[in-house]
Ligand binder design. Structure first.
Ligand code: SF4
Length: 235
């Protein structure tokens, strides 16, 4: 006899319990990119593609000291930016994106970062993921950030079977109150970076093991699992 699928109510209840456990485990979960303004966060998020937040945080103090406004980026010298952001990888494409971003902000939004999803996604280099990071962390508008960690954990928790980030965002969002979306994103990303890794999740040392339908996907032996846990900070 096959096991019956859990009801929608059971899925929602378990999802919210996992979120509460993660909140207790990571009371300090936050965006690990350093920023002081929406523009800085937008630029840092664009730079964080295919690299670590730590790597971005190393170079942004110099970049942000030299480029303070959208107009500064719009009129930037390409080579100067390329030199500063070189270590973040894909530096030519990222330079094109942030200069284009400065120009678009000046042309369409009076040099200010807009705080609506539909405006943010019109900017060069800005997709829904980046827009949600900015909305949630610079403007306090709830947003779900579907990065590689979030997608993997949402699937391991069986909150979704989707692989498309927009579908994941909507499906997971429907399990939680909007007010939880931003912090839920931070918690999943923190847990993914520290414990629930892509190749070898540290199941035997995981604080939500009792609630996780994928328990056993990684080593369950506590000693082995503890060795897999990475400690932050990652910024
Ligand atoms: S039990 Fe394993 S698969 Fe589930 S969240 Fe923890 S580390 Fe990830």
């Amino acid at each position: 006899m096959t096991k019956a699928e859990p009801s929608r109510t059971a899925i929602v209840r378990r999802a919210r319990r996992i979120n509460r456990e993660l909140a207790a485990m990571y009371p300090d979960a936050h965006c690990e990119l350093d920023f002081t303004t929406p523009l800085e966060l937008l630029v840092a998020t664009i730079l964080s593609a295919q690299t670590t937040d730590k790597g971005v945080n190393k170079i942004t103090p110099v970049l942000f000291a030299r480029y303070r406004t959208a107009a500064d980026y719009a009129s930037a010298d390409r080579e100067d930016i390329e030199k500063i952001i070189l270590s973040t990888g894909f530096f030519r494409a990222k330079t094109t994106a942030i200069i284009g971003l400065g120009q678009a902000l000046c042309d369409k939004f009076g040099g200010e970062v807009p705080h609506r999803m539909k405006d943010l996604v019109t900017l060069p280099g800005v997709g829904r993921k980046t827009a949600n990071v900015v909305l949630g962390n610079a403007f306090g508008v709830p947003g779900i950030t579907v990065d590689t960690h979030f997608s993997r954990l949402a699937r391991r928790f069986k909150w979704t079977a989707e692989t498309d980030p927009v579908k994941i965002e909507h499906e997971v969002g429907s399990l939680f109150p909007r007010s939880e979306w931003t912090m839920l994103s931070h918690r999943l990303i923190w847990h993914g970076r520290r414990v629930c890794h892509s190749r070898k999740p540290a199941c035997g040392a995981c604080g939500v093991a009792a609630l996780c339908p994928s328990y056993g996907e990684g080593p369950v032996d506590p000693v082995l699992a503890r060795r897999l846990v990475k400690s932050g900070p990652f910024s």
